[in-house]
Unconditional design. Structure first.
Length: 258
């Protein structure tokens, strides 16, 4: 009886050894990722960082004659000059819907127009120059009337700018927005208005700080000591040098360029 059972036990033992060896081989294969070498396995997931503004592919410029580029002899303007600074290896597209003479109400109407929705939605960076014409059209006779006219004008500008920013965010929640501050081309002619420009810029900066992903780009401090070279022949709009200074300030603030 024992002689009959012994061959059966031997066969069973061999089968168990084969199963065990197969299990070890499979475990090793799973541990090493099958046929893949350890060097070919994907690296652990890394923290995803947002792209810098310089990596933007589409720039949209909105606003008035400074946004349009009046006075820039090479006809580049802020948008094209900024693109030239940051697009050495990454060509950018620049669209410009600015209108010479536009005031804040014109800009609010432009961004609300259905035909402009697509181009706004596609922009990675939206540069806005507005407010200069609102401020320049103040009508006053003395300091008291200037205070009243300024406050009324700024309130209208603020409402229009907030409506503009809200509309832009509705159409494009991801774009970086940059508001270009005002400079004073006539510092010696009207000291009272110079003080109001300072207040205008300060309040605009507060609006930018309160808005999502919106930067304020100051220009007055850079321009006030260099008007002879930073202004064009009309002594009002920036010259090619002036536009370059604004573009470099834009690059410095958005991308941390020294």
């Amino acid at each position: 009886m024992i002689k009959k059972i012994w061959p059966l036990l031997l066969v069973l033992s061999i089968a168990l050894m084969v199963i065990f060896a197969t299990g070890v081989i499979i475990a090793i294969a799973i541990t090493n990722g099958g046929d893949k070498n350890p060097e070919t396995l994907p690296n652990p997931a890394e923290t995803i960082e947002t792209e810098p503004i310089s990596a933007a592919n589409s720039i949209l410029v909105l606003g008035d004659s400074i946004g349009f580029g009046v006075g820039d002899e090479p006809d580049m303007g802020i948008g094209q000059r900024y693109a030239a600074l940051v697009s050495l290896d990454n060509p950018l597209t620049v669209a410009n819907l600015s209108v010479a003479g536009a005031v804040s109400a014109d800009l609010a109407a432009l961004v609300s127009a259905p035909e402009n929705a697509a181009i706004i939605s596609a922009a990675d960076l939206i540069i806005i120059s507005i407010g200069g014409n609102d401020l320049n059209r103040l009508q006053y006779q003395d300091a008291l009337s200037l205070d009243v006219a300024f406050q009324e004008t700024f309130n209208t500008y603020q409402n229009n700018l907030e409506a503009t920013l809200n509309r832009l965010r509705t159409l494009n929640s991801e774009a970086q927005i940059a508001l270009i501050g005002l400079y004073n081309p006539y510092p010696e002619q009207d000291p009272q208005k110079s003080q109001k420009l300072f207040e205008w810029n300060y309040q605009t900066q507060l609006l930018a700080a309160a808005a999502e992903n919106t930067a304020y780009i100051p220009t007055d401090d850079a321009f006030k000591y260099h008007l002879s070279t930073y202004l064009a022949a009309d002594q009002f709009h920036p010259s090619s040098i002036g536009y370059q200074v604004i573009a470099e300030a834009l690059d410095r603030i958005l991308n941390g360029v020294d």
